[in-house]
Design a binder for this molecule. Sequence first.
Ligand code: AHR
Length: 513
Amino acid sequence: MKKKILVSTLLIACMSLSAQKSATVKIYPEQGKQIIPKEIYGQFAEHLGSCIYGGLWVGEKSDIPNTQGYRTDVLNALKELKVPVLRWPGGCFADEYHWTDGIGPKENRPKMVNNNWGGTIEDNSFGTHEFLNLCELIGCEPYISGNVGSGSVEELAKWVEYMTSDGDSPMANLRRKNGRDKAWKVKFLGVGNESWGCGGSMRPEYYADLYRRYSTYCRNYDDNHLYKIASGASDYDFNWTETLMKNIGARMNGLSLHYYTVTGWNGSKGSATKFSKDDYYWTMGKCLEIEDVIKKHINIMDKYDPKKNVGLLVDEWGTWWDEEPGTTRGHLYQQNSMRDAFVASLTLDVFHKYTDRIQMANIAQIVNVLQSMILTKGKEMVLTPTYYVFDMYKVHQNATYLPLDLICDKVNVRDNRTVPLVSATASKDKEGVIHVSLSNVDADNTEDISIDISQFKISGVSGQILTSTDITDYNSFERPNVVNLKDFKGAKVSKGLLKVELPAKSIVTLTIK
Ligand code: AHR
């Protein structure tokens, strides 16, 4: 059954039943105050499966075309995406990682077992230098996730010194000996990851004390200023957030939150590509539940930090399906369909609304793991539908968020979830250009959308669209261009309204000048 609802940043209300496939949007340009931090478009790269080895890094001697050991095709695709920040080396891997194993001559680097992810042997050939140099090549900020679970205070303190000190200090000199004279700039530092689970199975009170101790010795060297991030809650663990806000407070710059669109943590999570329409709508509902989760964590943070000095960082999010048949267990390699593209657009639309608190988000993960941007196989590379959403949405990075009201149909799905069939977000960039992104979640019907533009002076509208024949469509190595961006011609200005004919299962970004 479909109902008409008003989905709004200003108000949310249910309207009368209707079978009409139309929606209206009203944008409030004069209410735009908040900048959408570019870091909301952050990425995450863990030593997990073929994310690093084979995905990002092949080494200088590889016959796969590379730039100083990094895959050239992947590098170019990531530059195009304007990746603002990259989190590394985990994830769960981070709390077993000892950074000194990943520096110096490669032949001397010890191996380790990657216990979290399939017991794969890690040879440490990709370490601190390789990661920070990658960030320089892509042009993004590094986000280092430090080891609190199995590492020492001294180890983390020295890592910070190694990366960021330019003085005549022991760690800076070791870095110089290893070929890097000038310190890197490292702003974002995670003090542990999932410390309630793979990062040490701690209670929040104990972790809060550890955070205070570890972070004390992570110094600001020269003109490098750390933004220290506490390991935050997962999903509905509000007690974790409450305890950390109470016991750490302003000692942290940011507090993380993890939320995956997943059917459950036990048993099958479902195929990435074989699913029913019912599964698809259920996924949209689960994905949109992130808004409620975010709001509740923000309410707790507001209680202790009404001035919003501590940022909320959703530093892991995205879909989590069964691993692709025939791939290595524990490597979390999954395909990526139009359904994943909608999870990306709907989630980014939610993040845009809470940027007075949310300062960063990192989709998991960048290449070959979970909801990735890119899949690789030997020399081949494909861009996923999720990549194209990030590509289309990059115009919102650092733009001013414009609040809007949206009245649209909704659908009831299993588990008592209700899913609005349209999602929308808008922003205004530094040149005054307005971008509106619209997602028509409806798998079958076109939505006629009327956008009130009476307050804008418009000289032209252009757009891009991501759609496909089926919501299960994806890009494979055999058929890499099934889902791709195309020019969108379905928007017309008429009598103070922008009329948009949004095809079923499509995502559009309009540029309004
Ligand atoms: O992204 C995969 C894993 O999910 C991360 O390593 C961990 O932090 C989370 O549980």
